[in-house]
Design a protein around this ligand. Sequence first.
Ligand SMILES: Cc1cc2nc3c(=O)[nH]c(=O)nc-3n(C[C@H](O)[C@H](O)[C@H](O)COP(=O)(O)O)c2cc1C
Length: 199
Amino acid sequence: MKLLHVDSSILNADSVSRTLTAHIVATLQDGQPDLDLASAPLGHLTQQHLAAAQGAPAPAGAEADIAASQRALDSFLAADTVVVGAPMYNFGVPSQLKAWLDRLAVAGKTFRYGEQGPVGLCGGKKIIVASSRGGVFSEGSPLASMDHQEAHLRAFFGFLGIQDITVVRAEGLAMGPEARARALEVARQHIAALASPAA
Ligand SMILES: Cc1cc2nc3c(=O)[nH]c(=O)nc-3n(C[C@H](O)[C@H](O)[C@H](O)COP(=O)(O)O)c2cc1C
């Protein structure tokens, strides 16, 4: 298995999503995060990145940034399983994680437009999202329409042609100690099930 482990929480040791991704990766194989987007953030997407992705030389002074962009894309393309730590921040994903997504959506590499519309080029990969959030936004809950975190990630990776997307969710983490403990236990059980053949 070529596994890519990506974290994005700014809370480091206190982070639920980091704990969950570590647990998921340990369940699947040993390893440290390959990409820590909080300690080594990618910058905002710029016109230079778009041009470089289409083969233009990196402008003077932007070489390191363009190289980081290329590494982010290469490591994603090389992986068959990608474990993504994705806390909900202000109803969406952390801007650090969004910056990474922006480097992955490269026309001709991860998707293309055809006469029938967009075609994802990354089919066959497996995505496991460790989703953590203070409130409850899952399907059927009153705040479900405010979920622009998991919904975004499903839409994004689906656009790239990836159909195998699993979300390990710990939600309601800010709703008291009992709700938090319950959420963590649900996530732990889900992770345990990922390792079993029936998962
Ligand atoms: C900057 C920030 C923004 C947040 N925004 C939301 C939010 O919009 N909705 C929500 O339910 N929880 C929100 N939370 C709570 C986090 O989703 C929750 O603490 C989660 O555990 C964070 O993931 P982490 O522990 O992996 O960092 C926010 C937390 C932070 C630090």
